[in-house]
Write a protein that binds this ligand. Structure first.
Ligand code: NAP
Length: 241
């Protein structure tokens, strides 16, 4: 059993929720970060026994302080899963700068903020696993999501650059790019639109959060040390690179 501390941002709902449970079952000491939905976090903590920490991943100082507190209470973070994300959809010609900036800072700058807070420790200990959650919509582009597609595509470059910087220090950095998965995020997509999307997915259905969690668990392992700078797509065959 690894017995290492694993932190999942946005870990109290959806894909993060399933990832926390998979990591805990895999023997990790798991912590879940979240933003403001305290009710969901309380329920998650009661059901799983996993520690929860609230801070805004788009804020550099909050990440630094949040990690410092968590490490004091639980020990050094050795596995970081940058999963927290939001959507603020709209056609580019109608999108306001607030919706652009909110998605870029929550989905992309968060990876910088969080990695910055843990990377020195990982480098000095000579071990780390960083897994960034991107999206099929980074790889294929999506109408109404210039902000989201740009942020998620930014993660692909960020991952590769940091992977190169960190490889000699025993740290791997990889991306998991999910397709359409049943969570609160996709529950707002109108049924007719979702039906059109599902028609394009070779396996003929959306994914489950547990199917993404399985990919994260694979990349988190000690044995995954020769795998870095990669994108693992989990999308039912919806997009093949
Ligand atoms: P979700 O069900 O909407 O859950 C989002 C989680 O992120 C919640 O725990 C939320 O906390 C947290 N969060 C949001 N903004 C945050 C912030 N500023 N600081 C800290 N935590 C924050 O989302 P999901 O569908 O599981 O998606 C998880 C990740 O997978 C996202 O990065 C998403 O873009 C990506 N993804 C999802 C799909 C899909 O089909 N669902 C497909 C591809 C990629 P609160 O509960 O406090 O709001």
């Amino acid at each position: 059993m690894p017995n290492k501390v694993a932190l999942v941002t946005g870990g109290t709902r959806g894909i993060g929720h399933a990832t926390c449970i998979a990591l805990k079952a895999g023997g990790y000491k798991v912590a879940a970060n979240y933003a403001t939905n305290h009710e969901a976090a309380k329920k998650f903590q009661a059901e799983t026994g996993i520690a929860v920490y609230s801070w805004d991943v788009s804020n550099f100082e909050s990440c630094k302080n949040g990690i410092a507190q968590l490490e004091k209470e639980m020990g050094a973070v050795e596995i970081l899963v940058n999963n927290a994300g939001i959507t603020r959809d709209g056609m580019m010609h109608k999108m306001n700068p607030e919706d652009w900036n909110a998605v870029i800072s929550t989905n992309l700058s968060s990876c910088f903020n969080m990695c910055h807070a843990v990377i020195d420790g990982m480098r000095s200990r000579g071990f780390g696993r960083i897994i960034n959650i991107s999206s099929i919509n980074a790889q294929a582009g999506q109408m109404g999501q210039t902000n989201y597609s740009a942020a998620k595509a930014g993660i692909l470059g960020f991952t590769k650059a940091l992977a190169r910087e960190s490889a000699r220090k025993g740290i791997t950095v990889n991306t998991v790019a999910p397709g359409y998965v049943h969570t609160d995020m996709t529950s707002h997509v109108p049924e007719a639109v979702m039906k059109q999307i599902i028609d394009q997915i070779p396996v003929g259905r959306m994914g489950n959060p547990e199917e993404v969690a399985r990919c994260v668990l694979f990349l988190a392992a000690d044995e995954a040390g020769f795998l870095t700078g990669e994108t693992l797509s989990v999308n039912g065959g919806h997009h093949m690179e």
